[in-house]
Design a protein around this ligand. Structure first.
Ligand SMILES: [Zn+2]
Length: 240
């Protein structure tokens, strides 16, 4: 069992006093500190880095990816592999994990002047993420619906928020929770639902080798979408 799993399982067995002692231990609190002094967070955590820090990260990654190619006994004289370490470094830092290092998207919130009290839905939002476990792509779509209270936002902003959270190492369950937490914090809606349907290439390319049409569906409901069954049915039929 991995050290991390052992720790997680052990935490379930702690009584209150033991848990308090655990949380006081500075070496077990986030962030932990890496060998070169940098702060380390969960794969779907986030810290804003400057352009020069990102460039340094790319350079260090490129040399490590060169070593990885050698370990895999791939000749860099192969023209298709010559610049692969550079391409990999750039892809991970600037694309696949970009949300970890970028500030939250700027979102303007507007007053709900017309007192809209029906579901507002955006569906077909692109999900492009990577799984924390295998670093394989997760691709799919996300639907978000909310019933506003005092605030509304432009629907296109949902795309930016989902993108920011998706461009990290993720597991689908936590991606939906992170998006929902962020929107509840920003909008304080009467109801909110986040439904994600996605393919996991770690299940398609390896492991059980599931058919590429197989999808994982997760839903996060908040507020009246938890307590009001007919509202939930309406939401789910509208995003279908
Ligand atoms: Zn995976």
């Amino acid at each position: 069992m991995m050290e991390h799993d052992r720790l997680k399982n052990a935490l379930h067995d702690l009584d209150d006093e033991e848990l308090r002692r655990f949380l006081k231990n500075p070496s077990l609190r986030y962030p932990t500190i890496g060998v070169n002094g940098s702060e380390l967070y969960d794969a779907n955590g986030q810290q804003v880095l400057s352009e020069s820090e990102l460039q340094q990260m790319e350079g260090e990654l490129e040399s490590k990816f060169s070593e990885i190619l050698e370990i895999l006994r791939i000749d860099r004289n192969d023209p298709n592999s010559a610049d692969t370490p550079y391409r990999l470094a750039r892809m991970w830092v600037r694309e696949l994990l970009a949300g970890r290092y970028a500030p939250a998207p700027a979102i303007t919130v507007f007053p709900n002047r017309k007192n809209v009290d029906e579901l507002v839905i955006s569906k077909g939002i692109k999900i492009m993420s990577v799984c924390s476990h295998h670093w394989q792509p997760i691709t799919g779509t996300c639907s978000i619906g909310y019933v506003p209270r005092d605030k509304v936002i432009g629907l296109s902003k949902f795309t930016r928020i989902v993108e920011w959270f998706a461009r990290r190492g993720q597991i689908q369950e936590e991606l939906g929770e992170q998006v929902a937490d962020f929107l509840v914090e920003m909008l304080d809606p009467i109801a909110l639902g986040v439904v994600i349907k996605a393919k996991h290439y770690c299940m398609i390319a390896r492991g059980v080798e599931a058919h590429h049409s197989s999808e994982m569906v997760t839903s996060v409901m908040r507020g009246e979408l938890v307590s009001n069954g007919s509202l939930r049915t309406e939401f789910l039929s509208l995003i279908d």
